[in-house]
Design a protein around this ligand. Structure first.
Ligand code: FES
Ligand SMILES: [Fe+2]
Length: 441
């Protein structure tokens, strides 16, 4: 068992740099957080037909999400029980009525049960038998979904999905409720970015209202200038200018944006962008919403104050713009992020195009916004790997002001580092359980 003393690593207002760099800590995180908790696999619309599959990684395990004949969605380990070869080499596709291993053609039903073995002669008298579950592809211990979003847990025990999501369920409600049909459909390709930093940098940054007016000033200020020029010339500027100009907001304005910090590290950054202009597309969409839900309910759905919702420790859902970013950590200093986006079923095409602008302008690896964040996180990782340069990471900002009501932490200031303090409260609990489990093993 690794020699890790949590009391020396996490203090209420600061954490030790090694939580971002230590390979033993990373291994514990993979084994006892990612490979136990509920991990996002994908959306049901990613596998609409029988045999459609999508591959993904949970912790260090390669997995397949697949649609069965009866409509069920399974999540299976991507491994042939014969000699261990991965069954699906492509990120997605259709496997027909079952899986066939490319090495010696063992085949499997869509739920992973072994179907046929060529040349059965040769197994007589051995202890191998198709009745043995070890001859089938292994399934994730638990699979469940919430409003079409599929999660799997590789651990048979622990809270169910609804309990795991807790207050963060609002991320999926907010996204789906904005559709006149109450559902979303995934756009089945995503941006993938390998971040050269620990996964915690990304999660902390999502609700860090202190950085945008600095980090993104070089994009926000020129964008605002152009937006104002377009407004002066044409009377109005398309919403996508606002996506970038919003980053030019001053420190004081960011300070007035509230964060809500739920138990288990989850949290919300409240809305700071105006997403309800009065152009004809938006008015048409809002009319559809009112027809579908009635005036009052539609207004409730359209006016929820959310920018991001975090499902700690790996998901950031930007529900008002139908996007989701999912972390798949690779190493202490390497993290894959997948950036997915969705269509609101029944909403006009223009509303989809509008959120696509945000996807490409802000969340894509090619944008200056994302590039500036990535640069900070990489430099952050380098700084923390320098063993003689300093030991601590500071989260002192507004420490002592946190107000706890019903387990939820609030701060009077949007730029408070209560966000990170809350995430480390959750991380410490996860790691306490991890250390207890590895002591027992
Ligand atoms: S490794 Fe899959 S059939 Fe042999
Ligand atoms: Fe940022």
């Amino acid at each position: 068992m690794p020699d890790i003393d949590l009391n020396r690593l996490v203090e209420p207002d600061r954490v030790h740099r090694s939580v971002y760099t230590d390979p033993d800590i990373f291994d514990l995180e993979m084994e006892h957080i990612w490979e136990k908790t509920w991990v996002y696999c994908g959306h049901v619309s990613q596998v609409p037909g029988v045999g459609d599959y999508h591959t993904l990684v949970i912790g260090r395990q390669s997995m397949i999400m697949v649609r069965d004949h009866d409509g069920a969605v399974h999540v299976l380990y991507n491994r042939c029980p014969h000699r261990g070869v991965q069954i699906c080499g492509n990120p997605r596709g259709n496997t027909g009525k079952g899986f066939v291993c490319s090495y010696h053609a063992w085949s499997f039903h869509l739920d992973g049960r072994v179907r046929a073995i060529p040349l059965m002669k040769g197994y007589e008298g051995t202890r191998w038998s198709t009745a043995d579950p070890d001859c089938s592809m292994k399934a994730a211990a638990r699979v469940d979904s919430y409003r079409g979003f599929v999660f799997a847990s590789l651990w048979p025990d622990g809270p169910g999905l609804a309990e795991f999501l807790g207050d963060a369920k609002v991320a999926f409600d907010d996204m789906c409720d904005r559709s006149p049909e109450g559902e979303v459909e995934i756009v089945p390709v995503c941006h993938r970015v390998v971040q050269h930093s620990n996964w915690k940098f990304f999660m902390e940054n999502q609700l860090d209202a202190l950085h945008p007016s600095v980090t993104h000033q070089s994009t926000g200020v020129p964008a605002r200038r152009v937006e104002q020029r377009v407004k002066a010339d044409k009377g109005a500027a398309p919403l996508f200018f606002h996506y970038l100009s919003a980053f030019a907001t001053s420190f004081d304005q960011w300070d007035s944006v509230q964060t809500v910090n739920f138990p288990h590290g989850r949290g919300i950054l409240k809305a700071y962008m105006g997403l309800r202009p009065t152009d004809p597309d938006t008015l048409e969409y809002e009319a559809l919403m009112k027809r579908a839900y009635g005036e009052q309910k539609a207004e409730e759905f359209l006016s929820r104050s959310i920018h991001h919702v975090l499902v700690y420790p790996y998901l950031s859902v930007q529900s008002p713009l139908q996007q989701l970013r999912c972390l798949r950590p690779i190493a202490p200093n390497k993290t894959l992020s997948e950036i997915w986006h969705f269509r609101l079923k029944g909403a006009p095409e223009a509303i989809y195009r509008r959120s696509l602008w945000y996807y490409n302008l802000v969340n894509s690896p090619a944008t200056m916004i994302n590039a500036d964040d990535l640069e900070n996180w990489t430099k952050g990782q380098w700084g923390l790997e320098a063993s003689k340069a300093g030991e601590w990471v500071s989260f002192h900002r507004n420490h002592g002001d946190d107000e706890e009501r019903d387990g939820v932490l609030y701060s009077t200031r949007g730029t408070s580092e209560v966000v990170m303090r809350n995430q480390f409260r959750a991380w410490t609990q996860y790691m306490r359980d991890a250390l207890a489990a590895s002591a027992k093993a």
